[in-house]
Design a protein around this ligand. Structure first.
Ligand code: SAM
Length: 273
């Protein structure tokens, strides 16, 4: 069907239709992929929030999670906060007014522009930047009291998620706090989501670079501790949740970490790959 449509477009001199959302040809790298996913407001809403809904409804939907982030990261007006993967600015709006300074960054310039537009009347303690690559090289060591990644590290390769946690560790002040959410492979609803993605794979080995990934609690613990965080057991959700609740928080795994000493993993003692 897509081939016929392509042919008809070419014969009629019409612009080709973009590939479906989440298709591998949306982009070779994170920046290209997410920029292609946010050229229209509707697509950007589906890419970030999973559905097209008016922004004020999006604010209501995310309010609970924003409150959770504010509490877990102990955010107040004295704190400087970094959000990585700020998307359309929903959390900039909900969390931004709770802190002294908020910086939102994203790999896609389209997303950053949408965040700026969405929060334009909220004051100049909110600042946005586009990242050139998946690191926080724009920021000096020990700049922030808190760093959060909402629905972001679940969309990058494991190595990049780990490197981002290490970067968060670097830019956090001593005892600063990090929050990151992930899909839970072992939860029935998380597994159904995984099955849908697995069944749409084109089996050539090409995958959408920004597709959702699925994790388990023990491996997230390992990444967070490996990056130098002490797990805040009270606020983290790292249980092997196996109930079939439809509630978002039952389907997700959440790390809340406190910056501590990074362990020495003795890398020098082993052979290079
Ligand atoms: C599913 S959306 C979530 C957006 C927002 N956090 C929210 O919950 O509304 C994922 C966001 O992460 C951004 N992103 C994806 N990969 C990234 C990367 N490697 N570095 C920084 N941002 C990234 C995307 O551009 C997108 O805005």
């Amino acid at each position: 069907m897509r081939i016929l449509k392509k042919l008809a477009n070419r014969l009629l001199g019409r612009a080709p239709e973009p590939p479906p959302l989440w298709h591998p040809s949306r982009g070779e790298d994170y920046s290209e992929f997410w920029t292609s996913m946010s050229t229209t407001k509707e697509e950007a809403l589906i890419a970030t929030r999973g559905k097209v809904e008016p922004e004020d409804q999006g604010l209501i939907t995310c309010e609970y999670m924003a409150r959770y982030i504010v509490d877990a990261l102990e955010i107040d007006k004295t704190k400087t906060v970094l959000e990585v993967g700020c998307g359309m600015g929903i959390f900039a709006c909900l969390v931004g007014h709770e802190c002294g300074r908020y910086v939102g960054v994203d790999i896609s310039p389209n997303m950053v522009e949408r965040s700026r537009l969405f929060t334009r009347e909220l004051g100049d303690h909110l600042e946005f930047r586009t990242l050139k690559r998946s690191d926080l090289g724009d920021f000096a060591d020990e700049t922030f009291d808190a760093v959060f990644f909402e629905a972001v590290l679940m969309h990058v390769a494991r190595e990049d998620a780990f490197n981002y946690l290490c970067e968060a560790h670097r830019v956090l002040k001593p005892r600063g706090r990090v929050y990151a959410s992930f899909h839970n492979l072992l939860n029935p609803s998380g597994f159904r989501h995984f099955l849908r993605i697995a069944s749409s794979a084109d089996r050539t080995g090409r995958h959408a670079v920004g597709r959702a990934r699925f994790h388990t609690a023990p491996e997230l613990r390992k990444y967070a501790e490996g990056a130098g965080f002490e797990i805040d057991e009270r606020h983290s959700r790292l249980e092997l949740v196996e109930n079939d609740s439809k509630r978002h928080e039952a389907r997700s795994l959440t790390i809340v970490g406190i910056k501590s000493e990074r362990p020495d993993w003795g890398l020098d003692q082993e052979h290079p790959i």
